[in-house]
Design a protein around this ligand. Structure first.
Ligand SMILES: Cc1ncc(COP(=O)(O)O)c(C=O)c1O
Length: 453
């Protein structure tokens, strides 16, 4: 008991020191007062400063698919740091790990994507793709093609251009004005999107929103459409099967580059190496981050089609875009070790079978609850949406904070994730064992009853 108190004091001491000097992503001192101080991790569990264990129900921030404590990743970083901690990746310099990683990425990404520019994360990758798309159209003699279309509930990061592409309005308000030429269309959101009367299908109608917007803006002004195969931070929105094939047709028809934001879906999370493989669609550009190193090193990047790379290589002018940490040898070494893990441990198969099990059990535990409107998912990426009135899909008032309350109850029961409003996100590490996996629906159902009866 005395030891427990001492440990608890330790946690409080950290939180107090934290408040004095540290500013956080989505900084909010009131919400942070009960922050957890994470001091350890084992597989699918996080351990706080009090020694409490929590199921890591969001794999950190969707990234840690291999779980904590992976010595292979630590060893790869350590070996590379000892050999060479850093060297420039700017034109005129390169390194073996970056070259090897680009080769491996060419093997595992879509067949037409064979060229890679590396970054430190997702937002930098969004900006890199926007700049790539604008540059491409300029070189092709269509400099007026600059606009970016994305979707409501899309999350593409919060660097300034990425923030403008992100379709979640609370990220904009305090930083307005946004960059002109960034426009949004509705999400295909199978649970809530209402197709117009007489539409061929809900998915086609949602995809046709893109055509409508391109025509409204003028096809000669639109550079790219960016979309996550499964919208993640926006609430795990899995599109209809006919959505992305139709999106591809529309992009081809109006010469709009299709950019697949695979920052969450890349490297196995959905049961395929990359998300659009589910629907047999090839994008023109991709972006990735997170699980490429299982979060052990901040690395991301974009993947470029052969056609775009040819245009780039023959342009005769340098692409004036660069990050100090592009092609970071340590990040690349960790990513190579991670690709070995994904292959050796059959991550795609694991995500597929465990994801199916998780979704079935979430439905069994929650679907009948009068305030559970929707239980959805693809692979190890699921969401449970709570509503006030199930019959007519009325949402709770934001002020009721149902999602955050349910999250608090799950924390009391040893599980940690994030919510988007009243959607509880479930995306544990791919390595989560079945026993732990089966606890997730039970804890969430219990927490739901505690808040909603
Ligand atoms: C789909 C997607 N794109 C981009 C980002 C931004 O990545 P980062 O936070 O590394 O900038 C995220 C982050 O969650 C994401 O989920």
């Amino acid at each position: 008991m005395a030891q427990q108190q001492e440990e608890h004091q330790q946690q409080q001491e950290w939180v107090d020191r934290d408040a004095t000097h540290l500013v956080h992503p989505l900084h909010n001192p009131a919400a942070h007062a009960s922050a957890r101080v994470w001091t350890g991790g084992e597989g699918a569990y996080l351990i706080d400063a009090d020694g409490n264990r929590f199921i890591d129900c969001l794999s950190g921030l969707w990234n840690n698919t291999a779980g904590n404590g992976r010595h292979e990743l630590a060893d790869a970083a350590s070996k590379q740091m000892r050999e060479m901690g850093f060297a420039s990746g700017y034109t005129g310099s390169t390194n073996p790990r970056a070259i090897e990683l680009a080769e491996r990425l060419a093997d595992v990404t879509y067949p037409n994507i064979n060229h890679f520019y590396l970054t430190s994360g997702g937002g930098e990758s969004t900006d890199s793709n926007i700049k790539m798309a604008r540059y491409y159209w300029k070189v092709k003699g269509k400099p007026e093609k600059t606009k970016v279309i994305s979707r409501i509930w899309g999350y593409h990061g919060v660097t300034f251009a990425a923030m403008c592409a992100t379709g979640i309005a609370p990220y904009w308000g305090m930083f307005e004005p946004r960059i002109p030429g960034f426009v949004h269309i509705p999400s295909p959101y199978p649970y809530l999107y209402e197709a117009p009367e007489g539409a061929e299908s809900q998915g086609i109608a949602a995809a046709d929103e893109l055509e409508k917007k391109i025509l409204e803006e003028g096809p000669e002004t639109v550079a790219m459409f960016i979309a996550e195969p499964v919208q993640g931070a926006g609430g795990v929105i899995v599109p209809q099967d006919d959505y992305f094939p139709r999106i591809r047709e529309i992009c081809d028809k109006y010469e709009v580059l299709l950019v697949s934001d695979e920052v969450i879906t890349g490297f196995g999370r959905t049961g395929k190496m990359f998300g659009l493989e589910h629907w047999g669609v090839q994008p023109d550009l991709i972006q990735f981050a997170k699980a490429v190193t299982s979060g052990y090193f901040p690395l991301g990047g974009i993947g470029i089609s052969d056609e775009i790379a040819d245009v780039m290589n023959q342009s005769g002018s340098p692409w004036m875009h660069a990050y100090t940490y592009s092609s970071h040898p340590v990040g690349c070494a960790v990513a190579l070790a991670m690709l070995d893990i994904i292959e050796r441990e059959s991550f795609l198969e694991q995500a597929r079978t465990k994801g199916q099990r998780l979704l079935v059990k979430l439905k069994e535990a929650l679907a009948d609850h009068p305030h559970v409107g929707d239980v959805r998912g693809l692979g190890m990426m699921c969401g449970v949406e709570f509503v006030k009135d199930k019959a007519n899909k009325t949402l709770f008032d934001a002020g009721e904070a149902i999602g955050p309350k349910i999250h608090n109850e799950t924390v009391k029961r040893g599980m940690f994730s994030r919510v988007r409003g009243d959607v509880y996100c479930v995306a544990p590490p791919i390595v989560t064992d079945e026993n732990t996996l089966d606890q997730i629906p039970e804890i969430l159902a219990d927490a739901t009853r505690a808040v909603l009866g």
